[in-house]
Design a protein. Structure first.
Length: 159
């Protein structure tokens, strides 16, 4: 299985980069992982709705260049479907069994994803109704993908 994580911006904090690297290393046993970073837009304080839409559109266009027609696209969205770790594991397993060999997870920037990206998604996934920093979300997502592979392999993983 090939898994892409597509997200705007670079992770600047060393502790987050270390965690991302650790989960990427762990996942290398189970899948081919690629993290694709696209340029992000600076969001001014107190930006109007119009400015925010424009920022989402620009970031969305950059993300769209990397979306593949043959991939299952999972967009992280606060209004998406919430799954347990076991349900995510089952989803990944069933996609693989049905012949899907490429999953692309898309994380939005600081103000979320453009509607054009959300409408292309095969699944909108929510980790919570709470808001998380988009850079931290990469670590959380990678941990859950790793947990899913451990569950599917019947291997122990701390709770």
């Amino acid at each position: 299985m090939r898994i892409d994580i597509i997200a705007p911006g670079r992770v600047k904090e060393r502790y987050l980069r270390d965690a991302i690297d650790e989960y990427a290393k762990r996942l290398s046993r189970y899948c081919k992982l690629e993290i694709i970073e696209v340029a992000d837009e600076k969001t001014p304080d107190h930006a109007s709705e119009g400015v925010e839409r424009q920022i989402k559109r620009k970031e969305g266009e950059r993300i769209a260049r990397h979306l593949r027609q043959d991939a299952t696209i999972v967009a992280l969205a606060i209004d998406g479907k919430q799954l347990s770790s076991e349900e995510l594991a089952t989803k990944i397993d069933r996609l693989g069994l049905s012949g899907v060999s490429h999953i692309q997870f898309v994380i939005g920037g600081s103000i979320g994803l453009d509607d054009a990206i959300l409408s292309r998604a095969d699944l909108r996934l929510s980790f919570s109704r709470m808001t998380f920093p988009h850079q931290l979300m990469r670590v959380i997502l990678l941990e859950q993908i790793y947990r899913a592979y451990k569950i599917n392999a019947g291997e122990p993983y701390h709770k």
